[in-house]
Design a protein. Structure first.
Length: 283
């Protein structure tokens, strides 16, 4: 598969890291699969089959931050060994407290962590580099998952599903609508010897086939979450918990309102660099 690499730079008084976060979220809605930050802006990757210049220009014209002029250049990148690219340029081991390390198969093993997760990210999200993945992993580390039935929606690399399995969850289901992410999830599950995780390709329409759950994790984006909260509620057992991320702190009221409409109560939230994760419970 060939990809376009787009390099985005900005003319703006707004901090570059803030623009990067917002731009990545916006571009994810039109098919961009992976991003790498630099001091001048952002690099984004999208398959040549999905790349649409007009669609990109329309998205940039509607950019939600004021006083931001965005410039970009594009380069067609032929199919390559993306693991090698990540090893050389982007993906470094991620340590979350003293309990969990996320590393690629090409990194040296580091002893002393309770959960040592191998993720070969290819072009999918979910290595722990992004704030939302970090927040969700931090939530899982707090939980006693012994014998719990857990759903990971928008699983990406399946890092959340893998960690849940390692923490003793009784049944773990991982679902993603992107075929590239689905295949990457299967590969990472094999790498971590967590082969009884069930993986499905698709969206929320796949959930009913897997029954009900004690805990649901959904790290996607604001619009998809608002549309699918009703589906998550339907698959949750009474008293079950739902953890969601992929949106900003200012989006919490909209998320909470939709939860209320579906019998879910907001209990708490955490945040990192203006990204948020919420914990809600089915009444």
């Amino acid at each position: 598969m060939n990809y376009y690499e787009l390099t985005f730079t900005y003319t703006s008084p707004v901090e570059t890291s803030i623009i990067n976060d917002v731009l990545a979220a916006e571009l994810g809605e039109i098919g961009f699969e992976s991003f790498a930050e630099n001091e001048n802006g952002l690099q984004g990757y999208i398959s040549d089959q999905l790349y649409n210049v007009k669609g990109l220009q329309d998205k940039l014209a509607e950019f939600p931050l004021e006083n931001v002029d965005i410039h970009f250049t594009e380069t067609l990148v032929e199919s390559k060994d993306w693991n090698e690219e990540w090893e050389k340029n982007y993906f470094k081991p991620i340590r979350i407290g003293k309990d969990c390390i996320i590393r690629a198969s090409f990194h040296e093993h580091e002893p002393g962590y309770a959960y040592n997760i191998i993720i070969d990210p290819k072009m999918a999200f979910g290595t722990g580099n992004h704030e939302t993945t970090f927040l969700m992993i931090s939530e899982i580390l707090k939980l006693d998952l012994t014998s719990k039935e857990l759903l990971d929606m928008g699983c990406g690399t399946a890092v959340l599903a893998i960690l849940a399995h390692m923490k003793g969850a009784g049944r773990v289901v991982a679902i993603d609508i992107d075929e590239w992410a689905y295949n990457n999830a299967l590969e990472n599950i094999r790498l971590n010897n967590t082969n009884d995780i069930q993986v499905a390709l698709g969206g929320a329409e796949q959930i009913p086939a897997f029954g009900t759950f004690d805990i649901v994790f959904a790290n996607i984006n604001r619009n998809i979450l608002l549309n699918d909260i009703r589906h998550y509620s339907e698959c949750m057992k009474p008293g079950a918990f739902l953890y969601m991320s992929g949106f900003y702190v200012q989006d919490i009221p909209a998320i909470e309102e939709e939860c209320k409409h579906n019998g879910l109560a907001l209990l708490s939230h955490t945040e990192k660099n203006n990204w948020a994760a919420v914990k809600v419970q089915k009444q």
